[in-house]
Design a protein around this ligand. Structure first.
Ligand code: ZN
Length: 485
């Protein structure tokens, strides 16, 4: 049976004043011997740079966060000695409890030795080997650019259980703390079809880079939004450079990655028509990944045409300098993203100044890009037809009109559109979209066909052109020939 409670006994003359957090005082406490218990039955996905209280590494294996018990500053709370003693009631002699960045590890109630990678036994060996391999390669790449990390890195890979549909899907998250990488994974990620294995190298490369760049949070002369962009966008950028060098199936090229980041940055921030600074301050942290990657890329190429060569110099400077002096590749956020709202043209302009062309993708769209355009097109179609209701279900790579839109008669309930004006939504989404846009311009109609048997095609009219549309972007270096065309 899985252990569900941990007990902490404190020998103390009076009631100890501890920073207990989730530890609960027990009825078994008596003068001189104070007992506390902690629910260790479940683990949650790690969040950005937090130290979770409990990490289950197996039915009998658990890592318990005791940082707050031993590190409290002493002003308000008592602190436990950092050499914890088990004092096992069975009389069994255990080694003293070793701490891993403030975590005490136990198996079946006994202290456990610490390994470099501590993983739940249910994590398949194949995945573990892959994890270790990619982590090592990423570390070597970053060390070559930036020197060794400050603290030796340990990893804990654990399964997250619980939650209504936890078993169904794949969900994972990482948290990179100084010297400690926490990777929480749902079991669904280990099925053959899960995207986890595919995304693993990029995920590891991102998290591993935080071992080098997380101190950017402490660099006070940088504005908070710049720090956040360099933190998350910087890790995205570093991961892309590493994967470009490491090659293999995962490699798609840095220009591709930066274009995708620019695309998603313009799409998220530009679509909202608000300043990036404001959006970040309001908690749209996802923007720090995409827009931050664009920002870091521009800083890199201002130092060296080859961003991989600039990686070391940029971060060495950013993390060492304590004052605001002209930094290599320095560029103001406002210069890149505009003061008030982010416009694609701003980005196109600044990329051009730095030797890159950012333009609309006209060639083959990736699956993801096609899907985005198709979803957006159907949203626009239904918005106009249903007078403002955005009812779209986009699960499983299918575009389905939400059956909840009962009032919308010409878009058949639950129907799957296969084409707009005769253009196949999977293969010719851009053409379908231009058909729709020209209908908007001429205040005409387009024909929407459904794959469902009994759904007749509907004629859908566009009353006003959409305010904002996602556009797939491509990035390419400006060559001598391009520049003189
Ligand atoms: Zn991150």
């Amino acid at each position: 049976m899985a252990t569900s409670k941990a007990t902490l006994r404190v020998a103390s003359e009076s009631v100890p004043m501890l920073d207990l957090q989730r530890w609960q005082a027990s009825d078994f406490s008596r003068p001189g011997d104070y007992v506390f218990t902690l629910d260790i039955s479940s683990t949650v996905l790690p969040k950005g740079r937090e130290y979770p209280m409990v990490i289950k590494l197996g039915p009998q294996t658990v890592a318990i966060n005791v940082r707050h018990l031993i590190n409290s500053d002493g002003s308000k709370f008592d602190r436990l000695c950092s050499s914890l003693n088990l004092g096992h009631p069975t009389g069994r002699k255990d080694p003293p409890v070793a701490l891993l960045q403030g975590y005490a590890l136990f198996v079946g109630g006994h202290a456990m030795p610490i390994a470099n990678v501590q993983a739940d036994q249910r994590v398949p060996q194949k995945v573990l080997k892959k994890y270790e391999g990619w982590l090592r390669r990423a570390q070597v790449f970053y060390r070559n650019a930036l020197g060794p990390e400050k603290i030796d890195l340990h990893s804990m890979i654990f399964l997250v259980e619980g939650g209504a549909d936890a078993r169904k899907g794949c969900e994972f998250n990482g948290s990179s703390l100084p010297g400690l990488l926490l990777i929480g994974v749902r079991e669904g990620c280990f099925s053959a079809s899960a995207r986890f294995a595919e995304e693993l190298p990029r995920f590891i490369a991102h998290e591993a880079f935080h071992q080098w760049n997380q101190d950017i949070e402490k660099v006070r002369y940088l504005a908070p939004e710049t720090r956040m962009m360099l933190l998350e966008g910087g890790a995205q950028m570093a991961a892309s450079l590493f994967l470009a060098e490491a090659g293999g199936r995962e490699q798609r090229g840095t220009a591709h990655d930066v274009a995708a980041a620019a695309e998603s940055c313009v799409d998220q921030a530009g679509g909202q028509r608000r300043s990036l600074k404001l959006l970040l301050a309001e908690g749209e942290h996802q923007l720090a990944y995409s827009c931050g990657m664009v920002y870091t890329f521009l800083r890199l190429v201002r130092i060296n045409q080859d961003p991989a060569i600039a990686l070391g110099p940029l971060w060495t400077y950013l993390l060492q300098s304590a004052v605001s002096s002209p930094a290599p590749g320095d560029v103001a956020l406002n210069e890149v993203f505009g003061g008030e709202i982010l416009l694609k043209d701003n980005l196109v302009e600044i990329f051009a100044q730095n030797g890159y062309m950012l333009h609309a993708e006209t060639g083959d769209l990736s699956r993801g890009q096609q899907f985005r355009v198709a979803v957006e097109l159907m949203r626009e179609v239904s918005r106009n037809d249903c007078r403002g209701k955005y009812g779209l279900f986009t699960g499983g790579g299918e575009v389905v009109i939400d059956p909840e839109i009962k009032g919308c008669r010409s878009l058949r309930v639950g129907g799957t559109p296969i084409s707009v004006n005769g253009f196949n939504l999977r293969n010719q989404v851009m053409l379908a979209r231009s058909a729709w846009l020209s209908a908007c311009q001429s205040k005409g109609n387009v024909r929407v066909d459904y794959s469902s048997d009994h759904a007749a095609p509907s004629m859908v009219s566009c009353r006003s052109p959409p305010a904002y549309l996602y556009s797939p972007l491509r990035l390419s270096p400006i060559t001598y020939g391009d520049a003189h065309e």
